[in-house]
Write a protein that binds this ligand. Structure first.
Ligand SMILES: O=c1ccn([C@@H]2O[C@H](COP(=O)(O)OP(=O)(O)O[C@H]3OC[C@H](O)[C@H](O)[C@H]3O)[C@@H](O)[C@H]2O)c(=O)[nH]1
Ligand SMILES: [Mn+2]
Length: 356
């Protein structure tokens, strides 16, 4: 009798969902996600109870839990913004994270077959990346592909993959101005490709359909301070992506984008989004050059050390744009302090294995 396959990384991966809604969207994902542990970060009013379909193994955190667990350090976790999801990354004890929004459903490929997005993310994250030399036949580690002629053999082992960035059919992740001028545009184009983002190139990381290796890059996955009381929104994942990419480039880690697709069902209100994004749209004309020019010292060999170095540069170079960046820089430090408090180095990682 065939032994049922254990789902890949079943006990090594948590699924983080930020939500202000009931989670009936999980019904569609049940065949693919039910074996995995969920970390649900309930945003907004903590007295609301959200409905979670039967049969899922989960832990649920609301704002009261975040405040209880982090105390004053909870100030670095956004409130009333999907950025709150990063609390789930911090409390997880697993090696990998898959984060998905509650309005993202199972998409179908051009043949009409359902896409198991998590399975594709796992393939992406478990196979190497090629940031140092572009392979024109895309991801050489996918079935039916390889390195093309002229690709240096010395670079073919690739590097560990830290991030797998998936895409979206139907409602694309457009900014508010684009949404306003193209309200009816839907993404119907399924591109069967996975690409490594080359070293030295930044990218707009969307948190809707994202997987990462927590042990390789977790401490850099801080979704910047947004939402209640903040002058900006909908740049949380962008901020994380820029910090992550600079640190991945510094540490020789890879970031992939492309498959898998999910079906993004709900367009959020473009006018509300415009208000949230407004300052970010012109600030980012200074933020991007900052990250493009950012360098980290040779002494920065851990993600935390890289992140703290970045936070100092944020204060020094972006603080002059707006006091928000001073606050964000401080929040970046608080995030690392909270991360290290909840994730003390394992004994084996301590110098000569000394007990902490
Ligand atoms: O205050 C809030 C609002 C929403 N959420 C949860 O976050 C997820 C995304 O929310 P929604 O689908 O309504 O917004 P979108 O505009 O489609 O989201 C995109 O842009 C903002 C973020 O970058 C997000 O990652 C993108 O997908 C959803 O699960 C809501 O329940 C929240 O926690 N708090
Ligand atoms: Mn959405």
């Amino acid at each position: 009798m065939a032994v049922p396959m254990t789902p890949l990384l079943k006990d090594e991966l948590d699924i983080v969902i930020p939500t202000i809604r009931n989670l009936e969207f999980l019904e569609m994902w049940r065949p693919y996600l039910q074996p995995y542990h969920l970390i649900i970060v309930q945003d907004g009013d903590p007295t609301r109870s959200i409905k979670i379909p039967e049969g899922f193994d989960y832990e649920l955190y609301n704002r009261n839990d975040i405040n209880r667990i982090l105390g004053p350090k909870a100030s670095c976790i956004s409130f009333k913004d999907s950025a709150c999801r990063c609390f789930g990354y911090m409390v997880s004890k697993k090696k990998y994270i898959f984060t998905i929004d509650d309005d993202c459903f199972v998409a179908k490929d051009p043949s009409g077959k359902e896409i198991n997005a998590l399975e594709q993310h796992i393939k992406n994250i478990l196979s190497p990346s090629t940031p140092f030399f572009f392979n024109t036949l895309y991801d050489p580690f996918r079935d039916g592909a390889d390195f093309v002629r002229g690709y240096p053999f010395s670079l073919r082992p690739g590097v560990p993959t830290a991030v797998s960035h998936g895409l979206w059919l139907n409602i694309p992740d457009y900014d508010a101005p684009t949404q306003l001028v193209k309200p009816l545009e839907r993404n119907t184009r399924y591109v069967d490709a996975v690409l490594t983002i080359p070293k030295g190139t930044l990218f707009p990381m969307c948190g809707m359909n994202l997987t990462f290796n927590r042990e390789l890059i977790g401490p850099a996955m801080y979704f910047g301070l947004m939402g209640d009381g903040q002058p900006i929104g909908r740049y949380d994942d962008m901020w994380a992506g820029w910090c992550v990419k600079v640190i991945c480039d510094h540490l020789g880690l890879g970031v992939k984008t492309g498959l898998p697709y999910i079906w993004h069902s709900k367009a959020s209100n473009p006018f509300v989004n415009l208000k949230k994004e407004y300052k970010g749209i012109f600030w980012q004309e200074d933020i991007i050059p900052f990250f493009q020019a950012a360098t980290l010292s040779n002494e920065a060999t851990t993600v935390q050390q890289c992140y703290i170095e970045l936070s100092k540069q944020v204060k020094e170079k972006l603080g002059k744009i707006d006091p928000y960046f001073d606050t964000l820089s401080d929040a970046m430090v608080t995030w690392i302090e909270a991360w290290d408090e909840l994730n003390p180095p394992k004994k084996a990682e301590l110098p000569n294995g000394a007990a902490k």
